[in-house]
Design a protein around this ligand. Structure first.
Ligand SMILES: [Zn+2]
Length: 306
């Protein structure tokens, strides 16, 4: 496994623009550089330049670090950004306005909640099409070759090395940040809770998803049950493990919450309701109110295995 120089490392390699990276092998110099098809096998002591270039954002965004609440917020699908080195994964720009690239509205709801609940938040810095941080590495949807019937050219035919680099550069820093934040919160006092914010597309193929919001949970009911009840009491149409089930798709909350016995839950907001600032503020307000009440109970802040 080659070392990957962190961005800005004092002794890091000279950076090249992708178009200059043609002298990787004879084959590439003959056929021209194709960022999607290069099978690069560096020697074990060779340093490989980062996929994240100097003009790209970091692999994660930390908001309100050292917030006062015993609560960690996470947003797996916050971003639609692709690093310049991956050349838009071969997709047209308008594909990045779609739900296949990110969860519309989820990042801004998360940032607002971090303020209103005085909670730490970690948001993924890159599109789920680069790598889905809510899937384990190796899962067929981790680096999807097709998403909602759209083929992703830049994800076709990747070798082990390219998979491992995306894991190392985008997936691991995000999850490491969540782990560090949770450890920090826990050392400071009572066991923290974990709350994950997503949004869902109201149409998927021919299926219409009628819910205002879905609550996704696996085995731990401590946040999910009161959240479902209080949201429904506000007259909202609430999906209990719908449109997705937390028993199928809950990698991040299982990894950082469930495995540690920390109270955890994910929410999926109908993306049509968080497309603009008014909707985002409305949903941040709703979730602030209900989560503040739930977090005020002792049951949430103890270790419990399910
Ligand atoms: Zn999502």
């Amino acid at each position: 496994m080659p070392r990957i120089a962190p961005h800005g490392a004092p002794n890091g390699p000279t950076r090249h623009r992708p178009s200059e990276r043609v002298n990787i092998s004879q084959k590439d110099s003959i056929y021209g550089y194709n960022p999607f098809m290069v099978e690069r096998v560096p020697s074990s002591d060779e340093t490989v330049e980062s996929l994240i270039g100097p003009d790209d954002p970091a692999a994660f965004e930390a908001v309100n670090a050292d917030g006062g609440a015993a609560l960690q917020l996470v947003c797996d699908h916050a971003s639609r950004v692709v690093p310049a080195s991956l050349a838009g994964l071969g997709l047209d720009d308008d594909q990045f306005d779609r739900h296949i690239a990110y969860d519309i509205g989820a990042a801004d709801v998360t940032r607002l909640l971090a303020q209103t609940l005085d909670a730490q938040a970690v948001l993924a810095g890159y599109s789920r099409l680069v790598i889905d941080v809510n899937r384990p590495p190796g899962h067929p949807e981790s680096i999807p070759q097709v998403s909602d019937h759209t083929p992703i050219p830049g994800n076709q035919g990747l070798g082990e090395e390219e998979h491992n680099r995306r894991v190392a550069e985008f997936f691991e820093p995000y999850h490491d940040a969540i782990m560090e934040d949770l450890g920090h919160l826990w050392r400071r006092g009572k066991p923290p809770a974990l709350f994950s914010i997503h949004s869902f597309s109201p149409e998927f193929g021919d299926a219409v998803r009628p819910w205002d919001v879905g609550v996704l949970w696996n085995h731990d009911p401590r946040i999910a049950m009161p959240l479902i009840d209080t949201l429904a009491a506000k007259g909202l149409k609430v999906g209990d493990n719908l449109p997705y089930s937390g028993r199928d798709l809950a990698y991040t909350i299982n990894l950082h919450g469930g495995a540690a016995g920390l109270a955890n839950c994910a929410v999926e907001i109908n993306q049509n309701q968080v497309r603009d600032a008014v909707g985002i503020e409305r949903w941040a307000g709703i979730l602030t109110e209900v989560m503040a009440e739930i977090l005020d109970t002792d049951d949430i802040h103890r270790v419990q295995e399910y």
